[in-house]
Write a new protein. Structure first.
Lengths: 191, 191
DNA sequence: ATTTAAAGTTACACCTGTGTCACTTTGGGT
DNA sequence: ACCCAAAGTGACACAGGTGTAACTTTAAAT
Protein backbone atom coordinates (compact mmCIF):
# COMPACT_ATOMS: atom_id res chain seq x y z
CA UNK A 1 0.00 0.00 0.00
CA UNK A 2 1.32 3.39 -0.94
CA UNK A 3 -0.67 5.73 1.19
CA UNK A 4 -3.03 5.46 4.13
CA UNK A 5 -6.69 5.47 3.21
CA UNK A 6 -8.83 8.25 4.59
CA UNK A 7 -11.90 6.05 4.73
CA UNK A 8 -12.67 2.35 4.82
CA UNK A 9 -15.29 0.48 2.82
CA UNK A 10 -17.12 -0.13 6.07
CA UNK A 11 -17.28 3.59 6.72
CA UNK A 12 -18.67 4.10 3.24
CA UNK A 13 -21.38 1.51 3.89
CA UNK A 14 -22.26 2.89 7.29
CA UNK A 15 -22.56 6.43 5.95
CA UNK A 16 -24.45 5.22 2.90
CA UNK A 17 -26.98 3.51 5.12
CA UNK A 18 -27.61 6.62 7.16
CA UNK A 19 -27.83 8.89 4.12
CA UNK A 20 -30.19 6.52 2.32
CA UNK A 21 -32.49 6.49 5.33
CA UNK A 22 -32.33 10.26 5.66
CA UNK A 23 -32.50 11.34 2.03
CA UNK A 24 -33.91 8.38 0.09
CA UNK A 25 -32.50 6.85 -3.03
CA UNK A 26 -32.61 9.89 -5.30
CA UNK A 27 -31.58 12.30 -2.58
CA UNK A 28 -28.43 10.29 -2.03
CA UNK A 29 -25.52 11.67 -4.08
CA UNK A 30 -21.78 11.16 -4.27
CA UNK A 31 -21.29 14.79 -3.26
CA UNK A 32 -23.33 14.24 -0.13
CA UNK A 33 -21.47 11.06 0.68
CA UNK A 34 -18.10 12.68 0.04
CA UNK A 35 -18.93 15.56 2.36
CA UNK A 36 -19.93 13.23 5.14
CA UNK A 37 -16.76 11.20 4.70
CA UNK A 38 -14.74 14.46 4.58
CA UNK A 39 -13.16 13.39 1.35
CA UNK A 40 -13.33 14.59 -2.24
CA UNK A 41 -15.95 13.20 -4.58
CA UNK A 42 -13.33 11.91 -6.97
CA UNK A 43 -11.86 9.66 -4.30
CA UNK A 44 -15.03 7.61 -4.08
CA UNK A 45 -14.94 6.97 -7.80
CA UNK A 46 -11.68 5.13 -7.18
CA UNK A 47 -13.69 2.41 -5.46
CA UNK A 48 -17.18 2.57 -6.91
CA UNK A 49 -18.11 3.27 -10.50
CA UNK A 50 -21.33 5.01 -9.58
CA UNK A 51 -24.16 5.29 -7.15
CA UNK A 52 -25.97 2.20 -8.39
CA UNK A 53 -22.93 0.03 -7.94
CA UNK A 54 -22.18 1.43 -4.51
CA UNK A 55 -25.69 0.85 -3.27
CA UNK A 56 -26.00 -2.63 -4.67
CA UNK A 57 -22.67 -3.58 -3.09
CA UNK A 58 -23.83 -2.15 0.19
CA UNK A 59 -27.04 -4.15 0.02
CA UNK A 60 -25.12 -7.32 -0.75
CA UNK A 61 -22.90 -6.66 2.24
CA UNK A 62 -25.89 -6.14 4.53
CA UNK A 63 -27.70 -9.12 3.10
CA UNK A 64 -24.75 -11.36 3.86
CA UNK A 65 -24.69 -10.20 7.46
CA UNK A 66 -28.40 -10.87 7.75
CA UNK A 67 -28.15 -14.28 6.11
CA UNK A 68 -25.38 -15.41 8.43
CA UNK A 69 -27.66 -14.58 11.33
CA UNK A 70 -30.68 -16.14 9.67
CA UNK A 71 -28.94 -19.43 9.10
CA UNK A 72 -28.57 -19.89 12.82
CA UNK A 73 -32.36 -20.24 12.94
CA UNK A 74 -31.82 -23.96 12.55
CA UNK A 75 -30.24 -24.19 16.00
CA UNK A 76 -33.82 -23.92 17.26
CA UNK A 77 -36.04 -26.92 16.86
CA UNK A 78 -39.63 -25.77 17.38
CA UNK A 79 -41.59 -23.36 15.24
CA UNK A 80 -42.27 -21.04 18.14
CA UNK A 81 -38.61 -20.74 19.02
CA UNK A 82 -37.67 -20.17 15.40
CA UNK A 83 -40.35 -17.53 15.08
CA UNK A 84 -39.06 -15.71 18.15
CA UNK A 85 -35.54 -15.79 16.82
CA UNK A 86 -36.58 -14.61 13.35
CA UNK A 87 -38.45 -11.63 14.73
CA UNK A 88 -35.52 -10.72 16.94
CA UNK A 89 -32.97 -10.63 14.14
CA UNK A 90 -35.29 -8.82 11.75
CA UNK A 91 -36.20 -6.12 14.25
CA UNK A 92 -32.60 -5.94 15.37
CA UNK A 93 -31.77 -3.98 12.25
CA UNK A 94 -35.09 -3.28 10.73
CA UNK A 95 -33.90 -0.28 8.73
CA UNK A 96 -32.20 -2.78 6.49
CA UNK A 97 -35.52 -3.95 5.18
CA UNK A 98 -36.60 -0.40 4.49
CA UNK A 99 -33.41 0.10 2.54
CA UNK A 100 -33.92 -3.16 0.69
CA UNK A 101 -37.16 -1.64 -0.50
CA UNK A 102 -35.44 1.60 -1.46
CA UNK A 103 -33.04 -0.49 -3.50
CA UNK A 104 -35.88 -1.61 -5.71
CA UNK A 105 -35.64 1.86 -7.25
CA UNK A 106 -32.22 1.05 -8.69
CA UNK A 107 -32.68 1.15 -12.44
CA UNK A 108 -31.65 -1.89 -14.45
CA UNK A 109 -28.38 -1.44 -16.30
CA UNK A 110 -26.49 -3.34 -18.96
CA UNK A 111 -23.18 -2.74 -17.23
CA UNK A 112 -21.42 -6.06 -16.65
CA UNK A 113 -20.51 -5.46 -13.01
CA UNK A 114 -24.03 -4.28 -12.28
CA UNK A 115 -25.47 -7.43 -13.81
CA UNK A 116 -23.10 -9.52 -11.74
CA UNK A 117 -24.20 -7.73 -8.57
CA UNK A 118 -27.84 -8.15 -9.46
CA UNK A 119 -27.29 -11.84 -9.98
CA UNK A 120 -25.49 -12.22 -6.69
CA UNK A 121 -28.23 -10.38 -4.87
CA UNK A 122 -30.85 -12.58 -6.49
CA UNK A 123 -28.95 -15.60 -5.24
CA UNK A 124 -28.80 -14.21 -1.72
CA UNK A 125 -32.53 -13.59 -1.84
CA UNK A 126 -33.01 -17.13 -3.00
CA UNK A 127 -30.93 -18.39 -0.07
CA UNK A 128 -33.02 -16.36 2.28
CA UNK A 129 -36.21 -17.62 0.74
CA UNK A 130 -35.07 -21.22 0.96
CA UNK A 131 -34.22 -20.92 4.63
CA UNK A 132 -37.51 -19.22 5.38
CA UNK A 133 -39.36 -21.82 3.35
CA UNK A 134 -38.11 -24.46 5.76
CA UNK A 135 -39.21 -22.37 8.68
CA UNK A 136 -42.70 -22.23 7.19
CA UNK A 137 -42.66 -25.92 6.44
CA UNK A 138 -41.92 -26.61 10.09
CA UNK A 139 -44.77 -24.33 11.10
CA UNK A 140 -47.15 -26.16 8.83
CA UNK A 141 -46.04 -29.55 10.10
CA UNK A 142 -46.61 -28.40 13.64
CA UNK A 143 -50.03 -27.14 12.48
CA UNK A 144 -49.21 -23.70 13.81
CA UNK A 145 -49.93 -21.94 10.50
CA UNK A 146 -53.20 -21.22 8.76
CA UNK A 147 -53.29 -23.69 5.85
CA UNK A 148 -55.42 -21.36 3.72
CA UNK A 149 -52.68 -18.74 3.51
CA UNK A 150 -49.99 -19.35 0.88
CA UNK A 151 -46.27 -19.27 1.75
CA UNK A 152 -45.59 -16.15 -0.27
CA UNK A 153 -48.21 -14.17 1.60
CA UNK A 154 -46.92 -15.30 4.97
CA UNK A 155 -43.42 -14.13 4.14
CA UNK A 156 -44.60 -10.88 2.53
CA UNK A 157 -46.73 -10.29 5.57
CA UNK A 158 -43.90 -10.77 8.05
CA UNK A 159 -41.53 -8.44 6.22
CA UNK A 160 -44.24 -5.88 5.63
CA UNK A 161 -45.35 -5.85 9.24
CA UNK A 162 -41.92 -5.29 10.73
CA UNK A 163 -41.79 -2.11 8.65
CA UNK A 164 -44.65 -0.46 10.51
CA UNK A 165 -43.16 2.85 11.64
CA UNK A 166 -42.94 3.14 15.40
CA UNK A 167 -44.24 6.72 15.42
CA UNK A 168 -45.00 6.87 19.09
CA UNK A 169 -41.64 5.37 20.03
CA UNK A 170 -43.02 2.46 21.94
CA UNK A 171 -40.10 0.92 23.88
CA UNK A 172 -38.26 -1.70 21.90
CA UNK A 173 -39.20 -4.68 24.05
CA UNK A 174 -42.91 -3.82 24.04
CA UNK A 175 -42.80 -3.17 20.31
CA UNK A 176 -41.28 -6.56 19.54
CA UNK A 177 -43.86 -8.23 21.74
CA UNK A 178 -46.71 -6.47 19.94
CA UNK A 179 -45.23 -7.36 16.56
CA UNK A 180 -45.04 -11.03 17.45
CA UNK A 181 -48.58 -11.05 18.74
CA UNK A 182 -50.05 -9.20 15.80
CA UNK A 183 -48.25 -11.33 13.23
CA UNK A 184 -49.38 -14.56 14.84
CA UNK A 185 -52.91 -13.59 15.80
CA UNK A 186 -53.83 -10.45 13.87
CA UNK A 187 -55.85 -7.74 15.50
CA UNK A 188 -58.70 -9.91 16.69
CA UNK A 189 -59.40 -10.89 20.23
CA UNK A 190 -58.29 -14.47 20.67
CA UNK A 191 -60.80 -15.14 23.46
CA UNK B 1 -62.44 30.94 -21.60
CA UNK B 2 -60.41 31.98 -24.59
CA UNK B 3 -59.04 28.74 -25.89
CA UNK B 4 -59.75 25.09 -25.46
CA UNK B 5 -57.50 23.34 -23.01
CA UNK B 6 -55.38 20.49 -24.26
CA UNK B 7 -55.51 18.70 -20.93
CA UNK B 8 -57.73 18.72 -17.87
CA UNK B 9 -56.65 18.74 -14.25
CA UNK B 10 -58.06 15.24 -13.95
CA UNK B 11 -55.82 14.09 -16.78
CA UNK B 12 -52.85 15.64 -15.01
CA UNK B 13 -53.72 13.78 -11.82
CA UNK B 14 -54.31 10.49 -13.58
CA UNK B 15 -50.99 10.72 -15.42
CA UNK B 16 -49.21 11.89 -12.28
CA UNK B 17 -50.45 8.85 -10.42
CA UNK B 18 -49.17 6.47 -13.06
CA UNK B 19 -45.81 8.20 -13.38
CA UNK B 20 -45.32 8.32 -9.63
CA UNK B 21 -45.96 4.59 -9.40
CA UNK B 22 -43.65 3.87 -12.32
CA UNK B 23 -40.79 6.26 -11.61
CA UNK B 24 -41.07 7.20 -7.95
CA UNK B 25 -41.00 10.66 -6.48
CA UNK B 26 -37.60 11.79 -7.73
CA UNK B 27 -37.96 10.12 -11.10
CA UNK B 28 -41.12 12.08 -11.71
CA UNK B 29 -40.37 15.32 -13.61
CA UNK B 30 -42.35 18.01 -15.38
CA UNK B 31 -40.68 17.03 -18.65
CA UNK B 32 -41.87 13.46 -18.24
CA UNK B 33 -45.36 14.57 -17.36
CA UNK B 34 -45.46 17.02 -20.27
CA UNK B 35 -44.41 14.32 -22.72
CA UNK B 36 -47.11 11.98 -21.53
CA UNK B 37 -49.72 14.71 -21.76
CA UNK B 38 -48.38 15.61 -25.22
CA UNK B 39 -48.03 19.20 -24.17
CA UNK B 40 -45.11 21.54 -23.58
CA UNK B 41 -43.51 21.73 -20.17
CA UNK B 42 -44.25 25.42 -19.87
CA UNK B 43 -47.98 24.78 -20.15
CA UNK B 44 -48.02 22.85 -16.89
CA UNK B 45 -46.40 25.76 -15.09
CA UNK B 46 -49.53 27.76 -15.92
CA UNK B 47 -51.40 25.59 -13.42
CA UNK B 48 -48.85 24.31 -10.95
CA UNK B 49 -45.92 26.22 -9.54
CA UNK B 50 -43.75 23.15 -9.24
CA UNK B 51 -43.62 19.44 -8.71
CA UNK B 52 -44.18 19.61 -4.96
CA UNK B 53 -47.33 21.66 -5.36
CA UNK B 54 -48.67 19.42 -8.10
CA UNK B 55 -48.14 16.27 -6.10
CA UNK B 56 -49.57 17.62 -2.90
CA UNK B 57 -52.65 18.82 -4.76
CA UNK B 58 -52.98 15.44 -6.35
CA UNK B 59 -52.77 13.73 -2.98
CA UNK B 60 -55.38 16.07 -1.56
CA UNK B 61 -57.65 15.27 -4.47
CA UNK B 62 -57.21 11.53 -3.96
CA UNK B 63 -57.59 11.83 -0.24
CA UNK B 64 -60.91 13.59 -0.63
CA UNK B 65 -62.20 10.83 -2.88
CA UNK B 66 -61.12 8.25 -0.34
CA UNK B 67 -62.62 10.14 2.58
CA UNK B 68 -65.99 10.49 0.89
CA UNK B 69 -66.02 6.73 0.52
CA UNK B 70 -64.73 6.15 4.01
CA UNK B 71 -67.45 8.23 5.60
CA UNK B 72 -70.05 5.84 4.28
CA UNK B 73 -68.60 3.27 6.68
CA UNK B 74 -71.17 4.46 9.19
CA UNK B 75 -74.02 3.09 7.10
CA UNK B 76 -72.89 -0.27 8.49
CA UNK B 77 -73.68 -1.03 12.09
CA UNK B 78 -71.53 -3.99 13.13
CA UNK B 79 -67.77 -4.11 13.37
CA UNK B 80 -67.54 -7.04 10.97
CA UNK B 81 -69.53 -5.25 8.31
CA UNK B 82 -67.51 -2.09 8.75
CA UNK B 83 -64.29 -4.06 8.53
CA UNK B 84 -65.41 -5.71 5.28
CA UNK B 85 -66.33 -2.36 3.82
CA UNK B 86 -63.08 -0.72 4.91
CA UNK B 87 -60.98 -3.43 3.33
CA UNK B 88 -62.96 -3.18 0.12
CA UNK B 89 -62.49 0.54 -0.34
CA UNK B 90 -58.84 0.44 0.62
CA UNK B 91 -58.01 -2.39 -1.74
CA UNK B 92 -60.17 -0.81 -4.40
CA UNK B 93 -57.44 1.69 -5.06
CA UNK B 94 -54.56 0.45 -3.03
CA UNK B 95 -51.92 2.23 -5.09
CA UNK B 96 -53.11 5.41 -3.42
CA UNK B 97 -51.63 4.32 -0.14
CA UNK B 98 -48.32 3.53 -1.78
CA UNK B 99 -48.34 7.01 -3.25
CA UNK B 100 -49.26 8.53 0.08
CA UNK B 101 -46.06 6.99 1.34
CA UNK B 102 -44.11 8.34 -1.62
CA UNK B 103 -45.48 11.76 -0.75
CA UNK B 104 -43.67 11.65 2.56
CA UNK B 105 -40.55 12.42 0.54
CA UNK B 106 -41.87 15.86 -0.34
CA UNK B 107 -39.47 18.27 1.31
CA UNK B 108 -40.88 20.90 3.63
CA UNK B 109 -41.04 24.35 2.10
CA UNK B 110 -41.70 27.83 3.36
CA UNK B 111 -43.80 28.67 0.34
CA UNK B 112 -47.22 29.94 1.45
CA UNK B 113 -49.30 27.79 -0.88
CA UNK B 114 -47.27 24.73 0.06
CA UNK B 115 -47.86 25.35 3.73
CA UNK B 116 -51.55 25.75 3.07
CA UNK B 117 -51.63 22.43 1.21
CA UNK B 118 -49.73 20.71 3.96
CA UNK B 119 -52.18 22.02 6.50
CA UNK B 120 -55.16 20.90 4.46
CA UNK B 121 -53.67 17.46 4.04
CA UNK B 122 -53.01 17.21 7.76
CA UNK B 123 -56.65 18.05 8.35
CA UNK B 124 -57.78 15.37 5.92
CA UNK B 125 -55.57 12.86 7.69
CA UNK B 126 -57.09 13.93 10.94
CA UNK B 127 -60.59 13.40 9.53
CA UNK B 128 -59.58 9.96 8.38
CA UNK B 129 -58.08 9.13 11.71
CA UNK B 130 -61.18 10.30 13.56
CA UNK B 131 -63.46 8.15 11.45
CA UNK B 132 -61.21 5.13 11.85
CA UNK B 133 -60.96 5.76 15.56
CA UNK B 134 -64.71 5.26 15.82
CA UNK B 135 -64.44 2.08 13.83
CA UNK B 136 -61.90 0.79 16.30
CA UNK B 137 -63.99 1.92 19.24
CA UNK B 138 -66.89 -0.11 17.89
CA UNK B 139 -64.61 -3.12 17.50
CA UNK B 140 -63.43 -2.80 21.08
CA UNK B 141 -66.96 -2.46 22.38
CA UNK B 142 -67.95 -5.58 20.51
CA UNK B 143 -64.86 -7.23 22.01
CA UNK B 144 -63.66 -8.17 18.55
CA UNK B 145 -60.25 -6.52 18.99
CA UNK B 146 -57.26 -7.57 21.03
CA UNK B 147 -57.22 -5.16 23.98
CA UNK B 148 -53.45 -5.43 24.35
CA UNK B 149 -52.82 -3.82 20.97
CA UNK B 150 -52.96 0.00 20.89
CA UNK B 151 -55.13 1.86 18.34
CA UNK B 152 -52.18 3.31 16.47
CA UNK B 153 -50.69 -0.11 15.87
CA UNK B 154 -53.98 -1.52 14.63
CA UNK B 155 -54.30 1.27 12.07
CA UNK B 156 -50.66 1.15 11.06
CA UNK B 157 -51.00 -2.58 10.68
CA UNK B 158 -54.05 -2.40 8.42
CA UNK B 159 -52.51 0.18 6.09
CA UNK B 160 -49.19 -1.61 6.04
CA UNK B 161 -50.72 -4.98 5.26
CA UNK B 162 -52.78 -3.82 2.28
CA UNK B 163 -49.49 -2.71 0.74
CA UNK B 164 -48.11 -6.21 0.47
CA UNK B 165 -47.22 -6.52 -3.20
CA UNK B 166 -49.27 -9.15 -5.00
CA UNK B 167 -46.25 -10.57 -6.84
CA UNK B 168 -47.89 -13.77 -7.91
CA UNK B 169 -50.99 -11.95 -9.14
CA UNK B 170 -53.42 -13.85 -7.00
CA UNK B 171 -56.91 -13.02 -8.33
CA UNK B 172 -58.41 -9.95 -6.74
CA UNK B 173 -61.23 -11.70 -4.90
CA UNK B 174 -58.94 -14.33 -3.37
CA UNK B 175 -56.42 -11.66 -2.45
CA UNK B 176 -58.98 -9.55 -0.61
CA UNK B 177 -60.19 -12.61 1.22
CA UNK B 178 -56.66 -13.52 2.33
CA UNK B 179 -56.02 -9.95 3.42
CA UNK B 180 -59.10 -9.89 5.61
CA UNK B 181 -58.22 -13.20 7.16
CA UNK B 182 -54.60 -12.36 7.81
CA UNK B 183 -55.40 -8.98 9.31
CA UNK B 184 -57.99 -10.41 11.65
CA UNK B 185 -56.24 -13.63 12.61
CA UNK B 186 -52.60 -13.32 11.64
CA UNK B 187 -50.77 -16.27 10.20
CA UNK B 188 -51.61 -18.73 12.95
CA UNK B 189 -53.98 -21.62 12.69
CA UNK B 190 -57.18 -20.63 14.46
CA UNK B 191 -58.10 -24.25 15.30
C1' DA C 1 -63.96 41.40 -38.49
C1' DT C 2 -61.62 42.85 -34.56
C1' DT C 3 -60.35 42.55 -29.97
C1' DT C 4 -58.91 40.20 -26.04
C1' DA C 5 -57.32 37.13 -22.77
C1' DA C 6 -56.42 32.56 -21.73
C1' DA C 7 -53.71 28.52 -23.51
C1' DG C 8 -49.70 26.86 -25.24
C1' DT C 9 -44.73 27.12 -27.14
C1' DT C 10 -40.06 28.12 -27.23
C1' DA C 11 -35.74 29.62 -25.83
C1' DC C 12 -32.81 31.20 -22.26
C1' DA C 13 -30.17 31.37 -17.97
C1' DC C 14 -29.41 28.79 -14.04
C1' DC C 15 -28.30 25.01 -10.96
C1' DT C 16 -26.84 20.50 -9.53
C1' DG C 17 -25.09 16.03 -10.14
C1' DT C 18 -22.02 13.07 -13.13
C1' DG C 19 -17.84 10.96 -14.71
C1' DT C 20 -13.12 11.71 -16.04
C1' DC C 21 -8.46 12.92 -16.04
C1' DA C 22 -4.30 15.27 -15.19
C1' DC C 23 -2.31 16.50 -11.21
C1' DT C 24 -0.44 16.31 -6.31
C1' DT C 25 0.40 13.88 -1.97
C1' DT C 26 1.93 10.18 0.72
C1' DG C 27 4.44 6.35 2.64
C1' DG C 28 6.46 1.69 2.07
C1' DG C 29 10.07 -0.94 -0.54
C1' DT C 30 14.59 -0.93 -2.48
C1' DA D 1 17.39 9.16 -0.36
C1' DC D 2 14.75 7.85 -4.08
C1' DC D 3 11.20 5.69 -6.54
C1' DC D 4 6.59 4.64 -7.51
C1' DA D 5 2.15 3.21 -7.09
C1' DA D 6 -1.83 3.87 -4.58
C1' DA D 7 -4.71 7.62 -2.48
C1' DG D 8 -6.70 11.78 -2.93
C1' DT D 9 -7.76 16.51 -5.20
C1' DG D 10 -9.53 19.91 -8.39
C1' DA D 11 -11.19 21.36 -12.55
C1' DC D 12 -13.52 20.45 -16.71
C1' DA D 13 -17.19 19.23 -19.98
C1' DC D 14 -21.51 17.34 -20.01
C1' DA D 15 -26.38 16.18 -19.14
C1' DG D 16 -30.89 17.02 -17.42
C1' DG D 17 -34.16 19.41 -14.64
C1' DT D 18 -35.96 24.17 -13.19
C1' DG D 19 -38.42 28.38 -13.58
C1' DT D 20 -39.43 32.41 -16.39
C1' DA D 21 -40.83 35.43 -19.87
C1' DA D 22 -41.48 36.92 -24.47
C1' DC D 23 -43.89 35.17 -28.02
C1' DT D 24 -47.68 32.78 -30.83
C1' DT D 25 -52.17 30.53 -31.26
C1' DT D 26 -56.93 30.13 -30.53
C1' DA D 27 -61.77 30.95 -29.83
C1' DA D 28 -65.30 33.51 -27.45
C1' DA D 29 -67.27 38.18 -26.99
C1' DT D 30 -68.35 42.47 -28.98
Amino acid sequence: MARERKFTTEEVFETTKQLLLDYGYEGFTFSLLANHLKVSRGAIYKYFENKEELISEYIIYQMKVFLSQLERINTYTTFDEQFEYLMDIILNDYELHRIRRIAIDIPASDNAKEKENKKQLDNLHLDMYTTLQQFIKLGREEKRLNPRIPDSLILGFIFQTVDIPNHYNVPREDWIKSMKEIIMNGISNSN
